[in-house]
Write a protein that binds this ligand. Structure first.
Ligand code: NI
Length: 259
């Protein structure tokens, strides 16, 4: 029996994969990572990802969003174009969007991030598309916004406590985890993996970043998903076949929410 895997967060249309794109895709086939959500952070990236989704809509899902840090350079003209791109039928998810206080210390800019986050959630609601949320050093503010502007979606690279994860799943949000679950010091991630209801669990790479052990420190890619799924299976005391199947079904259910 072949085990099939899902990568719910892959920046494969970014510069990092320009030189060996075809080989990287071939490796996803060999590893049976046959569902990939392409996260795009510019209108150019989105257009490229849409072509892949048109060719193979089962394998590729496209997410388009404005990253929190990019609020500083955001123009009205760009946002207008983003709204057009986000409306395309091949764009299924709005993301990654959210808050990043790790890189941003200025309270004024943080306030702008919150404004942009809410604005994109409301756009997602209007388009009836779920959201993929980035949250770094901003868990409480992220949660407060996602509770007040309650919508459907997932938490990407979840770095909060198991208690916080439970609060998000109570609101119906999925929890995606990647490379950090394989890191030795990742106590939080391990606790989240073992404590949450399996029906909210998703795998992701966040490639090219966050490569899992034993590839830690290298460029990450979707073909490394099996390392993450194997670690999740080990933590939960189930087989990799079992966890991969649960995640595949979760992904199908998540995508059913898309317009
Ligand atoms: Ni990302």
């Amino acid at each position: 029996m072949t085990v099939h895997f899902v990568d719910t967060h892959a920046h494969i249309c970014s510069e990092s994969f320009r030189d060996d794109f075809e080989e990287m895709i071939r490796r996803t086939e060999e590893a049976h990572v046959d569902r990939i959500m392409i996260i795009t952070l510019s209108n150019e990236e989105t257009k490229r990802a849409v072509e892949f989704a048109q060719r193979d809509p089962y394998k590729y899902t496209v997410a388009a969003g404005i990253f929190p840090e990019d609020v500083k350079d955001l123009t009205d003209a760009y946002y207008e174009e983003f709204m057009q791109t986000a409306s395309m039928k091949e764009v299924s998810v709005i993301g990654e969007i959210g808050l990043d206080y790790y890189w941003e210390k200025d309270p004024g800019v943080r306030a702008l991030q919150r404004e942009l986050f809410v604005r994109q959630i409301e756009l997602a609601r209007k388009l009836n598309k779920p959201i993929a949320v980035h949250s770094r050093d901003a868990m409480q503010d992220t949660f407060d916004i996602m509770k007040e502007h309650h919508w459907k979606g997932l938490m990407h690279c979840f770095a909060g406590s198991k208690e916080m994860a439970a609060e998000f799943t109570k609101l119906g949000y999925y929890i995606a985890l990647g490379g950090p679950v394989t890191f030795k010091n990742a106590r939080h991630s391990a606790e989240v993996v073992t404590s949450i209801d399996e029906k909210y669990l998703l795998t992701e790479t966040d490639c090219p970043y966050m490569a899992p052990v034993p590839k830690r420190g290298k460029r990450n890619e979707p073909a490394y998903i099996p390392y993450i799924a194997a670690k999740m299976a080990e933590l939960r005391g189930v087989s990799i076949e079992y966890i991969a199947d649960v995640i595949l079904r979760n992904w199908d259910r998540f995508l059913e929410q898309c317009a």
